[in-house]
Design a protein around this ligand. Sequence first.
Ligand code: F0G
Length: 459
Amino acid sequence: MNIKTIIEPFKIKMVEPIHMNTLSERVELLKKAHYNPFMLQSQDVIIDLLTDSGTSAMSSAQWGAMMEGDESYAGSKSWQKMEHVIYNLTGYKYIIPTHQGRAAERIIYGYLGGKGKCFISNTHFDTTRANIEYSGAEAIDIVIPEGKMPFFEHPFKGNMDVVELERLIQEKGAENIGAVILTVTNNSGGGQPVSMKNTKEVSLICKKYNVCFLIDACRIAENSYFIKHREAEYKNKTYIEIAQEMFSYSDGCTMSAKKDALVNMGGFLAVNNKIIADECMNLLIITEGYVTYGGLSGRDMEAIAVGLEEIFHNDYLTYRIKSTEYLGKKLNEMGVPVVLPIGGHAVYVDAKTLYPQISVDQYPGHSLVCELYLKGGIRSVEIGSLMFGKYDEEGKLIPANMELVRLAIPRRVYTQSHIDYVVEIFEEIIKTKHNVKGYKINYEPKFLRHFTSHLEPLN
Ligand code: F0G
């Protein structure tokens, strides 16, 4: 049998209506939002591909477990369940709950960081970098060169350059390395996976120099899928065994449960070292909450405990990766320049190639984001010079490396017909691509300007 349709491996028993607006309404709504889709109200969005973070649909098992939530301040049963599942998955001795990923980052990098310290990653996610730099430390990205070539096919474009890792440790001095961090999958690098071979190599170098090795595990299950299907020795292992092995090579992890724990809020950090754990627990109690809830309610912890097991189911992971690939492949076939191979949680479109007539200081990625909203009510996010651009002393834009637009797929939320609709909107995008103009910024704040800046279309 040759079955081509990837059916969603779930039935829908609760629905949230989508308000279908018209083109003329969207023209007004976008203008009112100062041409910044972050400022749109969610009810004015038809398909929301802004992020896969905290946007998952929970299962009936998760909602059922939430009724069991034990809201005790200390020693909650729900914490015991969450801790047990995380211990089984990661094997780390000390597990610390937090309200989301960046809270775990603030706590551990606040302690390991500080002036004079250096952190090395394949690619630090924005909040990871921000927490490290806020502590006074330096954050260096060393993804393999293939990871920076958008159309170059390589099975593990998220890998770390291990030659550069060893050189940097020697140059900076092992005692000055705060930690080495592998982000799996590599979100800022296109959602690309990291291989087990690369993880082992990074681990060996860290052991040789006695440097702390941590995993940013937000999308560890999606990464395990790629290892099983792309790294021959792992083809007979289960996804959870692959994740367990990956954790076993490192000294700890941070995780935003808003991704691969299939919940709307939550996170944790976990380590083997008692001194680090004690310091982090002190910071946790001051800023997040007691060690058996850390900013989470009992019901949140129940949902995490169930979600972290559901995520490794074969049917779910196959559907997840195949359905993201489905969108990416369709766009690629119709000539939309997408980052290849397609990553786990999102499809990234190269807007600079799509709109060669728009110069980088007129933000081609932003033009695509606005076109997607105007034509189809689709919300996406620019990952280019609007997000990462800086100015030189003369006020000239220093552009980002790439002008990408991310279409992030919320977990278990949209069906194939929603995705087919996105594909159809892209057909319109392609037809009209020559007429699209750039944007200028009318107002921007000092930091993280993409969230709140005001823009205006150029004529
Ligand atoms: N690490 C990675 C790799 C992430 O992708 C994120 C969040 C975080 C850490 C921080 O976790 O949001 O729970 O505080 N990524 C979201 C995104 C925001 O849209 O990619 P958080």
